[in-house]
Design a protein around this ligand. Sequence first.
Ligand code: DGL
Length: 254
Amino acid sequence: MDKRPIGIFDSGVGGITVLKEIKNKMPNENIIYIGDTQNFPYGNKSKEEIIKFSIENVNKLLKKDVKIIVIACGTATSQALGVLKEKFDIPIIGIIEPTVKYIKSKNYQKVGVIATEGTIKNGAWERKLKEKIPNIQVINKACPMLATIAEEGKAKSKEGKKVIKEYMKPFKSEKIDKIILGCTHFPIYEQIIRDEFNFEIELINTGKTVSDELEKQLKKLNLENNDKNIGTIDIYLTKKEKQFYTITQNILKS
Ligand code: DGL
């Protein structure tokens, strides 16, 4: 039994898609969320910067006495997870490994990955997938504008739809029907992406795979909060953003 909160961070509002899945699965857990809006977007920053921001986020969460940390950000997972695990004693979960586990369990042999520019350039998704599933075919597509459009609350605008249409072209022409949402802002576009296809597609939401893994880790490490009350959610932003709470509510309601 451990009532301390779970710490979650992202560059902005995207990680709320992960928070939502965690909350659905483990409603009694307390959560502290940091949105590093001051340094948003992470997707076009250097590895050194992402590591620096991630270390700052972890230090802030540690000051809040969290028991475990979830990096609810594909860019920070791909570029900083290794360094964070070496530097800090606290258990840390990123979004890539739990998702790779899921893909392996399903025996998928061909998947698409959409993510920020930084994540795709870093190649972490393809590397980790091929480590576990050597013959898997991975079709990568960087979608540099999506996180910013979502952060501005314009995901469902004409602009959002136009950009999605462009980014989905390779998957439509190659008939790829399983796509990893490799950036946590992207579940916000789920319906718009589905509408682009005239065949059924599976959009793999990392929030779901991460919350499965988190639940397992909390059990294994004896860190679960068995309190019957609904847990609290505290959100901290490194820079005030007008849109943030409206977008957060929309994500949590959806
Ligand atoms: N939500 C983030 C990710 O999963 C980052 C988006 C950004 O800051 O560029 O990659």
